[in-house]
Design a protein around this ligand. Sequence first.
Ligand code: FAD
Length: 381
Amino acid sequence: MSSKKRFAIIGAGLGGAAVAVLLKQAGFDVTVYERAPRFSRLGAGIHMGPNVMKIFRKMGIEEKVSLMSSHPDYWFSRDGLTGEYMSRIPLGEFALKEYGAAYVTVHRGDLHDVMLSPLDEKDVIFNKHLESIEDTGNEVLMTFADGTEAKADFVIGADGINSMVRENLLGKEEPTYSGWVAHRALITGEQLAKFDHDFEDCIKWWTEDRHMMVYYTTGRRDEYYYVTGVPDPDWNSNASFVDSSREEMREAFDGYHGTVQALIDATESVTKWPLKNRNPLPLWRRNRMVLLGDACHPMKPHMAQGAAMAIEDAAMLVRCIEEVGLTDFETAFELYEANRKDRATRVQATSNANTWLRTQEDPAWCFGYDLYSEPLKNISK
Ligand code: FAD
């Protein structure tokens, strides 16, 4: 039998994929259990800032991600009604020089594929829905919905906002509905070409209580994506998303600038997602179990840094495990929490407040962060 410590990771989302790759590279035995039967290329884009691209460098996927992504020169914020610029945040060459890596926007499904690519097929087991989990003191026993069981030395809960691992640590508690929904739509380059507008690479249109964030999801710029934040106090569905419509979009963005109206006209299908979150958790770990990503700090997505925080968590967790070793795993996990909590909580609060880059602010504290050169905070014993 191998003497390598066995890590079970619950959830193969962006956080689970990152921690699995980094642990495997560090020489540990990893198995990822994912409840979905497979992943498909769902209609959504995602931003990845230089803070994450530096972690992709360590994972060996930075170049691949860079090649398939769009590289905006700026994040623009504009008044939704008048079109007036509220901020022009330099990215592009400036990000490479000042923050040490690129700022990209990309299709989430394409990114996910690349993030999972360093793993072998046997490392990720699909159709494994964790139903219960028990820390027996010297190992962790997992039971899945199909009646099978598995054991591991340590379990990482990367199982998202409704995390079963979180529930085991802290008890059952539904996340809170924020009162806002997000509409999401992908528009083909062909559709866009029918409209005589300057569709900027990365732009957020704002009014007081709502916004629309728009960007390309490929390096070829043949797919454009928008995601909104719109108040909807009456949401009462249990579905993770529902279909929306062009008519609903027109109503929600009535009076908005002509470029936004063109995007709505170009929309062929659009979905609507309730935005949920939780208050910061009182603990992120206990004994042999530890949480990361949305399992421990879900947030409204308005800073475009939720997955980034899951990936940073993954990298910091592996760094702390390598630093301390697993003979004293509780100290390793404590060091991880101590080195993540403040930053993740700051991002969570900023994202929930939806103020990020609305005006000409300096984003260096977020984009310039280099997880691997940051000195580790001490923990007092
Ligand atoms: P998840 O992505 O939720 O992954 C959890 C995984 O665990 C899933 O695959 C799930 O199937 C699996 N799972 C759950 N329960 C079980 C179980 N019991 N057993 C087995 N498997 C299980 N972030 C950014 O950084 N940039 C952006 O631009 C951005 N845009 C966003 C736009 C919107 C509209 C939304 C809603 C979010 C956005 N985010 C963005 C946030 C980002 O999507 C999340 O923060 C991120 O996906 C969290 O990753 P995770 O791996 O922690 O969890």
